[in-house]
Write a protein of this length. Structure first.
Length: 181
């Protein structure tokens, strides 16, 4: 890849990083402080061509151009280092977020397992009760818990309880299970 193409790629990448990492004022200012387009002589050197030797009056401007080219190259190297540092920081943050997500997923899975075990215990208790007593207790629960218990019950137990439950609540539970409002 030629130097001109490489510099263009780095310039585009640095522009993207400046948008992503907009809180770094030094980084933003350094991007705009230098023009990264090399002069024609630098482009010719980058493509493998030989620079024409300068003599007399042309030697001083050529030396000035080389100095500017060196300054630009130094600035480019600094920007590349900053880009690598920002890339490493971004990768570290991504790893931290992945670890946090995994921990949350594990915690949620554990909580669901515990809830499932609790509901299974309660279902055994309600199943052992007479239908009238179980229905009276379920009617005293908040609606969400009552519906969850009914959803987890086997069909035979639910059929025994339904005649003794609050009929408005049974209709609402039925609508909810059938996908209505």
């Amino acid at each position: 890849m030629s130097r001109a193409v490489a510099r263009y790629s780095v310039t585009v990448t640095l522009g993207i990083l400046a948008v992503i990492h907009s809180d770094s004022a030094d980084f933003r200012n350094s991007l705009t402080a230098e023009k990264l387009t090399p002069p024609a002589e630098a482009a010719q050197l980058a493509q493998g061509g030989a620079a024409q030797p300068q003599t007399g009056r042309d030697a001083a401007p050529a030396a000035g151009r080389q100095d500017r080219l060196l300054e630009r190259e130094t600035a480019l190297n600094l920007k590349e280092q900053e880009m690598k540092r920002l890339s490493e920081t971004l990768e570290t943050r991504i790893r931290q977020l992945d670890e946090a997500r995994k921990a949350m997923d594990e915690s949620l899975s554990k909580k669901k397992q515990e809830d499932s075990e609790k509901y299974a215990k309660m279902l055994k208790v309600y199943k052992a009760l007479r239908p009238e007593a179980a229905a009276a207790l379920i009617d005293k629960l908040d609606e969400g818990m009552a519906f969850e218990l009914l959803n987890r019950m086997d069909q035979k137990t639910a059929v025994k309880l339904i005649p003794y439950l609050n009929q408005a609540r049974v209709l609402k539970w039925t609508r909810q299970n059938l996908g209505g409002s």
